[in-house]
Design a protein around this ligand. Structure first.
Ligand code: C2E
Ligand code: MG
Ligand code: MG
Length: 586
């Protein structure tokens, strides 16, 4: 407004009105200015075309460390202060937003002049010209750093383990679901591993919880240091960690990863000057092979972990036949109960040949299930579930009885063949089953030494003293014992020496791949060890002639395997006996 010159010296009415309005306006402006200056939020006005600030309130000094003048003199300054990870997103959102909307809002990180990060909530109103083109943006910015910190803290508590700072089970579930979606979209596989410290309870009990906590922290650090950036490590239980390999669900990668983890945890942990060994056991499940949702995959890894612990292996990949909860297994178990009464089980016999005579001396009785719908089922498909449900005792009672009756028939026919029967841990723990063995021997009047029981090395190591006592109980009867699957179960020599056994059966994994590096040396060592302990040594899994010769050279006593015969039903086996060069002397 241009002031009007008054030539008379006294103000006219019009002049008075203008002055009063001016005073009122400047009063309002001052009030407004005061308000603006005291509001803790930043109020601002920027040009739509280049986002240069035309006005910015003094609160900016506290929030970002710059004066309003500094901000307006350097029009690009406020944009440069947006955190670099947010900058492109924010400017793009403003530019495209103002074309379509009259009101915009965003949250973003800004850098204070001193370098600290502030979180800011910004709201903008768009002012347009008559043609609708955005001209100005009016807005406010509020410091929400405290609120963001609180949110982050809540997030951390909900998704992280407090002790190690690692993601927890909830976070793992979220990441696993995302990783599975991504893998499915790209046709990848992925692996989920659960790492359990088998002896952690003992550490906690002997050294106290605070030292137990220290072990967990150190284990977490070591695991983290050997995993790749893309792998996810989570703590999902007291002594349980999960490792997610997002793109590497093939068995070769899993083997490498399990070995890396075992190696990383091998050196002892020093806690209060005491070196402590942890014994990691790993269960693995693969996507998409074993499950298509996070819960199923976790459960499968858990089942594999349980099976690995039970069989004293350092790691195992899930397999459905080890899983009693597998829907297929559950219904199978219901059917196995009936199978026993419906005569659907059968014993197959696989010969064992003596190196000394080149002739068969005994057989191993291996159970088969002729299932009405699924066809012939192998023991791998139902034994471990039968062990978990307790049905194994009924099954073994049937096997012992059937084997003893066959033993009697062959001996009555003048065929000196001994029969070996496999026992599970649950069998040894069942007094009813154990006490039925003498009854069977008596009822069939077989020569007790022609009945052999096989107990795997890993069952023995599950509870060596108990197994020793159980075997000794039957020993008085005159039956014989073999340690099955020897070489994979971490036996301690101390226990081996004390066990009342007659034969060591070398695990077939060494024999089937006898000609791979290292295996011959292991087999030689087992043969020598067995002989030192006065035991017969048998090799299981002989598939070809070179292996037979090599084992003979090592001084092995007996061999079993496809090279001689597969497990055969009784009539087929008797036919084999008649025609095979390994069969009984004619
Ligand atoms: P095992 O006692 O170690 O039996 C030997 C297994 O190796 C048998 O598998 C046999 O078919 C297989 N085998 C024999 N020769 C060869 C060979 O040259 N090459 C290869 N690759 N494999 C060979 P099967 O019959 O499937 O039995 C598997 C396991 O099931 C047995 O292992 C045993 O632990 C268990 N099992 C079988 N019958 C019974 C039973 O009546 N009771 C219990 N508790 N377990 C049983
Ligand atoms: Mg066996
Ligand atoms: Mg075996």
């Amino acid at each position: 407004m241009i002031p009007m010159e008054n030539t008379t010296g006294t103000p006219s009415h019009e002049e008075e009105r203008v002055v009063k309005r001016g005073v009122r306006l400047s009063l309002r402006e001052r009030e407004l200015r005061q308000v603006i200056e005291t509001v803790p939020d930043i109020l601002f006005k920027v040009r739509a075309k280049d986002l240069a600030p035309e006005f910015i309130s003094p609160a900016v000094k506290k929030l970002l460390g710059f004066t309003p003048e500094e901000m307006t003199v350097d029009p690009g300054l406020w944009i440069r202060q947006i955190h670099e990870e947010d900058r492109a997103r924010v400017t793009a959102a403003i530019r495209s937003g103002m074309e379509e909307k009259d009101f915009l809002a965003f949250e973003s990180r800004f850098s204070h002049r001193d370098g600290r990060i502030r979180w800011i909530d910004a709201r903008l109103t768009v002012q347009r010209d008559a043609a609708g083109t955005p001209v100005l943006l009016f807005g406010s910015m509020r410091d929400i750093t405290e609120r963001k910190r609180a949110e982050e803290m809540i997030q951390r508590l909900a998704y992280h383990d407090i002790l190690t700072g690692l993601p927890n089970r909830t976070a793992l579930n979220v990441s696993l679901t995302q990783a599975m979606d991504e893998a499915a979209a790209r046709g990848h596989s992925l692996a989920l591993m659960i790492v359990d410290l088998a002896n952690f309870r003992a550490i906690n009990d002997t050294l106290g919880h605070s030292n137990g906590d220290l072990v967990i922290i150190h284990v977490a650090e070591r695991l983290k240091s050997v995993l790749l950036e893309q792998d996810l490590l989570a703590r999902i239980g007291g002594d349980e960690f999960a490792v997610l390999l997002p793109r590497q669900g093939d068995r070769r990668h899993v083997r490498i990863a399990t070995r890396t983890i075992q190696e990383a945890l091998r050196p002892a942990f020093l806690i209060e000057g005491i070196p402590l060994d942890v014994r990691p056991v790993i269960g693995v499940a693969l996507f998409p092979e074993h499950g298509e949702d996070a819960n199923t995959l976790l459960r499968c890894a858990d089942v594999a972990l349980f099976a690995a612990k039970k069989s004293h292996q350092s790691h195992l990949i899930y397999s459905p036949d080890k899983d009693t909860y597998h829907p297929h297994q559950l219904s199978l178990m219901a059917e196995l109960r009936q199978a026993l009464s419906r005569d659907e089980l059968a014993l197959y016999y696989q010969p064992q040949v003596s190196f000394k005579t080149g002739l068969v001396t005994g057989v191993e009785a291996l159970v088969r299930w002729q299932h009405p719908r699924h066809g012939l089922l192998l023991p791998d498909q139902f034994i471990s579930a039968a062990e978990k449900t307790g049905l194994i005792n009924t099954l073994t009672a049937w096997v012992v009885d059937a084997a003893a009756r066959q033993d009697k028939i062959w001996h009555e026919q003048g065929m000196p063949i001994s029969i070996a029967v496999n026992l599970s841990m649950r069998n040894l723990q069942d007094p009813v089953l154990i006490s039925s063995v003498p009854d069977v021997v008596q009822a069939t009047r077989i020569e007790p030494r022609t009945l052999m029981f096989e107990v795997t090395e890993s069952v023995i190591m599950e509870d060596p003293l108990f197994v020793k006592a159980a075997l000794q109980g039957l020993r008085g009867l005159g039956v014989r014992f073999a340690i099955d699957d020897f070489g994979v179960g971490y036996s301690s020599l101390t226990y081996l020496k004390q066990l009342p056994v007659d034969q060591l059966k070398i695990d077939k994994s060494f024999i089937v791949r006898f000609h791979e590096p290292g295996n011959a040396a292991i087999v030689r060592a087992i043969v020598d060890l067995g002989h030192d302990l006065d035991l017969d040594v048998a090799a299981e899994g002989v598939e070809d002639e070179p292996t037979w010769h090599a084992l003979k050279d090592l001084g092995c006593d007996a061999a079993q395997g496809y090279y001689f015969a597969r497990p055969l039903p009784v009539t087929k086996f008797e036919e084999w006996l008649r025609i095979s060069p390994w069969g009984l002397k004619k």
